[in-house]
Write a protein that binds this ligand. Structure first.
Ligand code: ARG
Length: 587
């Protein structure tokens, strides 16, 4: 494992050295290096510096150029315009750097120097309820973030804060007591049966609850029994949880996502901590009693009529709610799990809740300056018509139906090309599944998370445009090129002169590590998606302009081009894997 300095960072360093040698009075200056169309890079930093030193920018730029002495790295440095530097690298430096990447199974991407512990709260459906598209977003975004963080060396711990507690369980459990056998044992059902059972019980119990005052009273008493840990009540509660998990797992499996049982730590897990959380908040004065409830006020958070909106820690009837479990979870995550960062992948509509929860935890000293907390709020999933995603009948779309349909459509796309590629029926179905699920994940990940996005299957499984299908086909195409190139193996040739399309692709591949560091630090999977899409586009241009197999180029050129093909494929498959998307070898 050897990390590789990117060409951009090496050039940046050389420029900074030249700047301080030529203009010691300047102090440390950022050369502001960018990729450029005119040369490989452009540096704009001298303009601002000239202003500061009241000098002539072109003269300063010339001085810096004269101080640059790196013939192995730099082919040409030209002062242009008002004082930019246009920088062209030697072909040798480019290929040698990529060869070093290729020799490393992490593609030369460095590990973080001081990795921390990030606890990611994501994929948090609710017990006895159908998962909706919002839960899908949380799962997909959280899983991708986690993949990216893990790759940089951060330690991640998942927390699936499922909704497994609350007054509705009084109603559900009481109904089950009065109608035994309505839920089959969790071992005997598959995901679909589990959900249909739970749905039936939910609807039926809600109906009695709403129409029968005496049942309502019994349900209320059942809540008390649950909270005081009554054995029979807890066992039935557990049955709802177990049955729901069968369903959750079936959806996560369809999503091709691994969820660990020990990381499913729902609201109920914090029950024992909640009274103490409330007591500590009250004793420290962070929370105050208001009309019997224990609440926290914030100067800057106001609702209608400019009335302050408080965070309710404990209700007047003594019950604890959502905020109390989240505050208790923070204590657990920081103190027991040693978290240095907390991420919550939760609908942006809950951002006010998290703002108040974080602020409360800071006031209480549970979140210190050394711990960051971030609500990665995601936007709403819209239908093709731009309205919140619903079926034609106005009902919420079942997640499983949606994933099945994505797989079905993708399978049709795969089947169309299957004969040419020689895929078996089994491979068609398997690839169809990966392409379908990939399409759904990628559509979610390729727009910045806080924006709403349109769920449009036609667009998602399209072979053209910014889709995972396009990326998966690009990958499979490269693999097929590598297979077809019989007798010629990928090999780097640093003595060759690179064509413009080769340079563009090569420099992009070299930037993978830096991009990843940036996208990870900003919790921005969409930046990784955009990078991969661009890699595939640059590859397409390269392949159009630079023959690899036919017409057959001289052997060294063919080998070098295959080397670029191979590194592109490895970069694509690595990047997609971090996003949780598979790249089949043959499509
Ligand atoms: N179960 C909640 C919902 O369906 C999401 C939980 C988010 N996580 C948290 N720590 N509050 O909306």
């Amino acid at each position: 494992m050897a990390s590789v300095h990117s060409l951009a960072s090496t050039v940046q360093q050389r420029l900074a050295d030249a700047l301080s040698a030529a203009l010691p009075e300047a102090g440390s200056t950022d050369p502001l290096l960018r990729r450029s169309d005119r040369a490989d890079f452009q540096a704009n930093g001298i303009l601002a510096l000239a202003k500061k030193l009241k000098g002539n920018p072109r003269e300063l730029a010339t001085k810096v150029t004269d101080a640059l002495d790196a013939p192995d790295l730099l082919k040409d440095v030209e002062v242009s315009g008002p004082g930019f530097l246009n920088i062209t690298l030697t072909d040798r430096a480019i290929i040698e750097t990529l060869a070093a990447r290729a020799a490393d199974d992490r593609l030369g991407v460095p590990l973080k120097e001081n990795p921390g512990v990030t606890v990611i709260d994501y994929a948090q459906p609710n017990v006895a309820k159908e998962m909706h598209v919002g839960h899908l977003r949380s799962a997909v975004i959280g899983d991708a973030l986690r993949g990216m963080l893990d790759f940089t060396g951060e330690k991640t711990i998942g927390r699936h804060h499922i909704g497994d507690w609350g007054t509705q369980f009084g109603m559900l459990i009481q109904y089950l007591i009065e109608n035994p056998g309505e839920l089959a044992p969790a071992d005997d059902v598959d995901g679909e049966q589990a959900m249909s059972n739970l749905n039936r019980v939910y609807k039926a119990s809600r109906a009695v609850f709403d129409s029968d005052e005496e049942f309502k009273e019994r349900a209320r008493k059942r809540v008390v029994a649950l909270q005081s840990g009554d054995k029979e009540t807890l066992e039935l509660w557990q049955q709802f949880v177990d049955e729901s998990k069968v369903y959750f797992y079936s959806v996560f499996e369809k999503l091709d996502m691994e969820i660990r049982d020990d990381e499913i730590v729902g609201e109920s897990a914090y029950n024992d901590l909640m009274p103490e959380t409330a007591r500590l908040l009250e004793e420290s004065g962070v929370a105050v009693r208001s009309e019997g409830a224990l609440v926290v006020f914030f100067d800057e958070i106001r609702g209608k009529d400019d009335q302050p909106v408080p965070l309710i820690v404990q209700k007047a009837d003594g019950g604890f709610g959502y905020a109390a479990s989240d505050l208790s979870a923070i204590r657990n995550r920081v103190t027991d799990l040693n978290a240095t960062s907390l991420i919550y992948v939760v609908d942006v509509r809950q951002s006010l809740h998290f703002k108040m929860v974080f602020e409360t935890a800071r006031r209480a000293g549970w979140l210190g300056d050394d711990v960051t907390a971030h609500n990665m709020g995601y936007g709403t999933v819209l239908g093709a018509d731009g309205k919140p995603f619903k079926t034609r009948e106005g009902e919420t779309v079942k997640l499983e139906d949606l994933l099945d349909e994505a797989a079905e459509r993708a399978t049709a796309v795969v089947r169309e090309k299957a004969e040419k590629v020689g895929l078996s029926e089994e491979e068609i179905v398997e690839n169809g599944r990966y392409v379908g699920i990939g399409a759904v994940k990628y559509a979610d990940l390729s727009t910045s998370a806080n924006r709403d996005y349109k769920f449009d299957l036609d667009q998602m499984v399209s072979l053209n445009g910014d889709t995972s299908v396009y990326l998966q086909y690009a990958y499979a195409r490269i693999k097929s090129i590598l297979r077809k190139a019989e007798g010629v193996a990928p090999a780097a040739h640093a003595e060759l002169e690179l064509a413009p399309a080769e340079r563009a692709l090569a420099l992009h591949l070299d930037a993978f590590g830096e991009l990843l560091t940036e996208a990870t630090a900003e919790y921005a999977p969409h930046k990784l998606a955009a990078y991969l899409y661009q890699a595939a586009s640059l590859f397409t241009t390269f392949y159009d302009q630079c023959p690899v197999i036919k017409p057959e180029p001289p052997k060294d050129i063919a080998e070098n081009r295959l080397f670029l093909c191979d590194l592109t494929a490895r970069t694509l498959t690595q990047g997609m894997a971090l996003l949780g998307i598979r790249t089949p070898e043959r499509l």
